[in-house]
Design a protein around this ligand. Structure first.
Ligand code: PMV
Length: 330
């Protein structure tokens, strides 16, 4: 069984271990999965049971500055985190993998324009930007596949946040996870839009890490998930290649609801729906019945992400005044 430390040591073998004195600043976009990652075959290395495919959110993401300091510090949107907080503990554990000497510490300052921990993939953008900033600080010049592996060790879906556009994370087969990383797809889709509907900006009651494990362990139907992904993945790839919007929307929505159905079947039940989430689902299904080409997806949080095309942006802005419309291919 490989540890995180084994993998990081292997990746950084023969790499420079003297950080530059100046700070490093890097941006990574958040990403929304169209074919979800749900369940790990290895929790230590964040190795997934299935492959997944996402679209990045353009200018929505996290800018991170990393510099050497005399103690570890985490500041998110000007708010300093105490050392006993969960976010700080998670960061310290991650930074431990990269310290070249015992008394090397980092100040990590993140500025994010996405609500943290509200199922908007905020940890994916954070870990992807931290890894890029460390790569720059130490001037490792690692290839993107290796950066993707390091980001994955921080948070699974972070391995897809190193690129804009459509990104596929290959689950890989190896025990050391060296073949489990993301790569960008060449296709673009200028008319595609994602609409963020914040139903609850409070931190979620249960982390995706914990929720995945409970689902995998207790939901009998979870064993069918690889089959669901096997069916969804080629359909989403075909939809992207042919710009077949209905196929993309139908498949992504079905994939997300299947994931949530497995969570409902877990014991104890994991329910990320708020009353507003359900209300929005019904509104979308109603609009679709009236002929509108509108779909949604949802991650480990109450918020809903609409999937639509530019031609419907004006109507949706009126229907949901609180919507944040994102053009992933700007
Ligand atoms: O990377 P994590 O541990 O935050 O898990 C992400 C899980 C989902 O957002 C629900 C799905 C996905 O593929 O991003």
């Amino acid at each position: 069984m490989y540890s995180r430390n084994d993998i990081v040591t292997h990746i950084l073998k023969n790499k420079n271990n003297t950080p530059k004195p100046a700070s490093s600043l890097c941006f990574a976009p958040a990403n929304i999965a169209l074919v979800k990652y749900w369940g790990k075959r290895n929790t230590e290395l964040n190795l997934p049971i299935t492959s997944s495919l996402s679209v990045s959110l353009g200018e929505f993401g996290t800018k991170t500055q990393v510099l050497l300091s005399n103690k570890d510090e985490l500041i998110i949107n000007n708010q300093k985190f105490a050392s006993n907080t969960e976010a700080m503990q998670r960061l310290i554990k991650f930074l431990d993998l990269f310290r070249q000497t015992n008394n090397q510490y980092f100040k990590v300052e993140c500025t994010s324009n996405i609500p943290m921990a509200a199922g908007l993939a905020s940890s994916s953008a954070a870990f992807a930007s931290i890894v890029q900033a460390l790569n720059d600080l130490y001037q490792w010049q690692l290839p993107m596949s290796k950066l993707s592996i390091l980001a994955r060790i921080g948070s699974g879906s972070a391995c897809r946040s190193l690129w804009q556009g459509f990104v596929k994370w290959q689950k890989g087969k190896r025990k050391d996870g060296m073949d489990s990383y993301a790569t960008p797809l060449a296709q673009t889709w200028p008319d595609l839009r994602i609409g963020l509907l914040i139903c609850d900006s409070q931190p979620k009651a249960i982390s995706s890490r914990e929720a995945m494990e409970i689902t995998k362990r207790t939901a009998l139907c979870y064993k069918l998930w690889p089959q669901n992904v096997k069916e969804s993945m080629p359909l989403v790839e075909k939809a992207i290649a042919e710009h077949n919007f209905a196929l993309l929307g139908q498949t992504a929505e079905h994939n997300a609801l299947t994931m949530h159905a497995y969570m409902l079947a877990a014991a104890p039940t994991i329910c990320y729906f708020s009353p507003r989430t359900i209300e929005i689902f019904h509104k979308i299904w109603g609009l679709r019945k009236e002929g509108m080409n509108l779909y949604f997806t949802q991650d480990a949080g109450a918020n809903v992400k609409l999937i639509f095309q530019q031609q419907d942006a004006e109507f949706l802005q009126k229907t949901f005044p609180e919507i944040k419309i994102i053009n992933p291919f700007i």
